[in-house]
Design a protein around this ligand. Sequence first.
Ligand code: NAD
Length: 339
Amino acid sequence: MPQPLIGAVIGCGFFAQNQLHAWADLPGAKIVALCDRDPARLAETAARFGIARTYTDAGAMFAAERLDFVDIATTVASHRPLVEMAARAGVHVICQKPFASTMQDARAMVQAVEAAGKTLMVHENFRWQSAVRRVIDIVRAGDLGEVFFGRISFRSGYDVFSGQPYLAEGKRFIIEDLGIHVLDIARALFGDATRLAATTRRINPAINGEDVATMLLTHQGGATSVVDCSYATRRVPETFPESLIEIDGSKGSLRLEAGYRLIGPHGVEDLTPPLLPWASKPWHNIQESVLLIQRHFLDCVAAGVPPETSGADNLQTLALVEAAYLSAAEARMVDVALL
Ligand code: NAD
């Protein structure tokens, strides 16, 4: 059995707890240190996961620890300085989404880790949800023939603001936080997009950003897709956090329906995700994808190949986010290559 990769996690907030549970399940990694600038969160998380070495300053951690990789689970404002610090320390890097708040920052981060000769993966986990992965496998195997239409729909009334209060504060909300995942699923299924048009709305008066977005994408391979997202949809049944998928191809169609029911070229499949011992409903779907993407990272480092959602790959997803905001602001179709 090869030695585990030695790692540290920066950011001990709401979502990092899932990442730490997943690392504890993966024999290929060992988390030896934690960092958070909030001492209370740091101490609480360290006690929960039995991690002895803790730091409130990432620079001090890199100076003191011998690490193979770092997992950055902070919010976006700190991503560029932390990724660049990790590159200077010469470690492999995982960074949460949204990777950056500008394309310029994102390109600089990709360049910094590339120059260090290390692996950079964006924790873009929705394409690793097991039901979504099954759909990706079917499309990539060619079972639907030439795909000409897709729709990926995430519509919910779930209160995401109680666990993540910062989501109500930003000028941008649903495209940057959630749409980014759904756009990434569209890329995983249909390839890169060349043009995008979007409309946005704010329905919830208590937040600053948009909570409804409808996007139309033209993909390089010829497919057209619709990516629609809403946190203002009081539907029954509540489907949070499921992405519902419709795909039409020259040989057949598939529908991933509410309740993880897939009707496609192989009949009806029940794709209910497992409830991992540390997971809780309805988040279990996302929690499982955290385990799967972190395993993918370890596999890629071992094989010396870039992860699916490498930093360089994620530039394309970020460009779609920027295209969507620009399209909605200027009421026009945007050429993604120009961003
Ligand atoms: P959070 O605010 O609960 O946690 C962030 C933590 O990072 C805080 O404890 C904060 O003190 C710490 N921090 C910030 N800057 C730091 C710095 N420079 N050095 C050390 N610590 C620092 O946020 P969250 O809800 O856990 O979200 C974190 C990230 O995870 C966000 O980018 C969010 O979009 C992403 N997220 C991803 C998913 C997913 O499914 N992939 C789900 C939820 C959140």
